[in-house]
Ligand binder design. Structure first.
Ligand SMILES: [Zn+2]
Length: 138
């Protein structure tokens, strides 16, 4: 899927629900978001049961991180990815798309030196990862 299509999908959601908070958008879309106390290696995943998607997020991450994890999983759901329910799956193209979705949702392109569409998959992931932190007890 083109970067521009992903950008449009995010802009459409933001305009429709007047927020860039992925938890609020999920609520509007009827997507259940749960938090669970996983160990630190697991970040988030989604499942779709009888066509009803839900997202589960590791409760041990700081709030800003949870927004990124939720936006990434919402991206998989909105972009129609199947079989890639882990935050870091083997499907690199699907991961790039979900990461780009999260980037468009939560970050302002004007704050960066380059357009998101020109970023490599690595740079997109790096930009998100440096904002994903476990709570201080870890
Ligand atoms: Zn993923």
């Amino acid at each position: 899927m083109s970067s521009n299509k992903i950008k449009k999908a995010v802009e459409n959601l933001k305009a429709t629900y007047n927020t860039n908070n992925p938890f609020v958008i999920c609520e509007h879309l009827g997507i259940t978001v749960r938090e669970r106390n996983f160990n630190e290696t697991r970040k988030a995943y989604f499942v779709s049961i009888y066509g009803q998607p839900s997202i589960t997020i590791n409760s041990n991450y700081i709030e800003k991180s949870k927004n990124i994890l939720c936006a990434h999983e919402l991206g998989h759901i909105i972009l129609g990815h199947t079989g890639v329910n882990n935050f870091e799956s083997e499907n690199q193209e699907a991961e790039r798309e979900a990461n780009l979705f999260a980037l468009y949702m939560l970050f302002d392109e004007d704050d960066f030196d380059m357009k998101f569409e020109n970023m490599t998959s690595y740079l997109i992931k790096y930009t998100l990862d440096r904002n994903i932190k476990l709570a201080s007890k870890y």
